[in-house]
Write a protein that binds this ligand. Structure first.
Ligand code: NAP
Length: 494
């Protein structure tokens, strides 16, 4: 006779790529009490929020799709944002996830009390659950720079993640602040539409040439007939990214040398004017900031209606930007491609763990996690793509799948009655982080730049080993690294 298992109540926060994934995994495990709370009005997360012109993913689409749900209909090797959003919507529908989502609602507070999480939402509803999974993503709170006079700008100003689609750009001069991955997509899209653009660059970026390709109807037809090919292509790209970028960033000499040569050549080939080239040449190691993969940024910068401004922004006036050299740059529209608050994770949220420990206290010094998915003092609480996940120039979907499988193994043990609550031991989390920090020297992230990879102590909150090692270490949770409790509040391990 099959052993009876418990059916936990699970709350997933966020219906983006990782929230949908968790929903699928939970359902596969036979769990029926699943609630997904989503602040937006649809699924898709970052692909729902980022709709700026040119939005696409610089990770090949076949590799970005879930490994268990290959898609044969990608239009491009590097899919456009709208198609990625559609893929996640369709997948959420197919697996019965959309119906589990409470849209336009946020989790405002969660407190661990009497062995369960007591949750409050922005609609004033109360939930009581056994597990919480924060699938909130990393980059979702737009960072609006603190530039004097910005609020007095008389034209239209908005962040790239809040694109104003009603705006008619004809006859307007647009200023774009920033030159990160987002700017490298939005600038060519605007310039190619004939919009005059002034780029305000504080720091140049290394740009790796993105090998774009539009897939023909024959290609798609072939994949539709032989869908395993979509899986195979995804695996090949994943292998290439793991061997190339994931090793380059941790300082493997060959991969670093190759990437360094490619980005330097790319710049030399694309920009003939030595003065402009000098302005576009970074003074830090390639990969230190997230490597930008772009095919048309340099071309756009050299168009007569595009101007690269490298003097720092001093202040904004109602009709333009004044740079430190005193020059005024008249503008009608101001686009802030200025990135995100990368250390928020699931915050702001009034999150209180065991014995009244608040997340702001627990994370006062740094965002401490154990293996990127759990936090000491926060029982039965999981994070997707949490601190020290191997994110960067890799498929975050592949990362999320490994994390989802890891947490499902712990939830499965709960279902089988091995424990009622689980949290990582503080010493295990400390030694996890110490090992990571000790191995940061030699990675490109310590290569003399400012980036969203850095935590408040200036240490990259990333994974300094190979992706393969991460997969290996995440294969099976080591229960010795956890405190596990029965509902009597006795730690089974200690
Ligand atoms: P970002 O990489 O953080 O870049 C922000 C840009 O804004 C930088 O150039 C920064 O300059 C500039 N900036 C910020 N504050 C400024 C100020 N006060 N004055 C002047 N310049 C200022 O942000 P992002 O481009 O939105 O990209 C964030 C991340 O999203 C990427 O790294 C990537 O992980 C992800 N993303 C991925 C894709 C994809 O295709 N997969 C596409 C877009 C974004 P400094 O460099 O000097 O700080």
């Amino acid at each position: 006779m099959e052993k009876q298992t418990r059916n936990p109540a699970v709350l997933v926060i966020g219906a983006g790529m990782s929230g949908i994934l968790l929903g699928i995994k939970l359902r596969e495990a036979g769990i029926t009490d699943i609630t997904i709370v989503e602040k937006g009005d649809g699924v898709g997360g970052t692909w729902r929020e980022n709709t700026y012109p040119g939005v696409s993913c610089d990770v090949p689409a076949h590799m970005y799709a879930y490994s268990f749900e290959p898609f044969v209909g990608w239009d491009d090797r590097f899919a456009e944002g709208a198609q990625i959003r559609q893929y996640f919507e369709q997948t959420a529908d197919k697996y019965g996830i959309t119906e589990l989502v409470r849209f336009n609602e946020e989790v405002t507070a969660a407190q661990y009390r009497d062995g369960r999480w007591q949750v409050t939402t922005s609609k004033g509803d109360a939930l009581s659950v056994d597990f919480i999974v924060a699938a909130t993503g990393i980059l979702h709170h737009p960072s609006v720079p603190d530039i004097p006079g910005l609020s007095d700008f008389a034209g239209t100003a908005f962040h790239t993640a809040r694109w104003d689609h009603k705006l008619d750009f004809s006859g307007k001069r647009v200023g774009v602040i920033g030159t990160g991955s987002t700017a490298a997509q939005v600038i060519p899209a605007l310039v190619n539409q004939g919009v005059p653009v002034s780029i305000f660059q504080r720091t140049p970026q290394w740009m790796f040439p993105r090998p774009d390709a539009h897939y023909s109807p024959l290609y798609k037809k072939t994949l539709a007939r032989l869908p395993f090919l979509a899986t195979l292509i995804g695996r090949l790209w994943a292998w290439y990214y793991a061997q190339m970028f994931a090793k380059m960033v941790i300082g493997k000499p060959l991969q670093f040398w190759i990437t360094d040569r490619i980005v330097r050549r790319n710049l030399e080939k694309a920009v003939a004017n030595p003065e402009l080239r000098a302005k576009l040449t970074p003074d830090y190691r390639v990969g230190c900031k997230r490597l930008v993969l772009a095919s048309d940024f340099f071309e756009a910068v050299q168009q007569p209606h595009c101007e690269l401004i490298t003097d720092d922004v001093d202040h904004v006036e109602p009709d333009g930007i004044v740079t430190r050299d005193g020059n005024k740059h008249p503008l009608d529209v101001l686009v802030l491609a200025t990135g995100f608050h990368h250390l928020n994770f699931m915050r702001p949220m009034d999150l209180t763990g065991r014995d009244g420990i608040h997340i702001e206290t627990a994370w006062q010094q740094q965002c401490l996690s154990y293996r990127s998915v759990t936090i000491p003092g926060f029982p039965n609480f999981f994070l997707m793509t949490g601190p020290n996940s191997p994110v960067g120039n890799f498929s975050v979907t592949r990362v999320a799948e490994v994390q989802a499988d890891y947490m499902m193994k712990l939830i499965r043990r709960w279902q089988q009655g091995e424990f009622d609550a689980i949290e990582p031991r503080p010493d295990a989390a400390d030694s996890f982080l110490s090992r990571i920090k000790a191995n940061m020297t030699g990675t490109v992230w310590t290569g003399g730049c400012q980036s969203w990879y850095l935590d408040p102590t200036g240490t990259p909150a990333l994974w300094p080993f190979t992706f393969g090692q991460w997969v290996e270490e995440m294969r099976e949770p080591n229960l010795a690294d956890f405190d596990v409790y029965r509902s009597t509040s006795v730690s089974v391990n200690s």
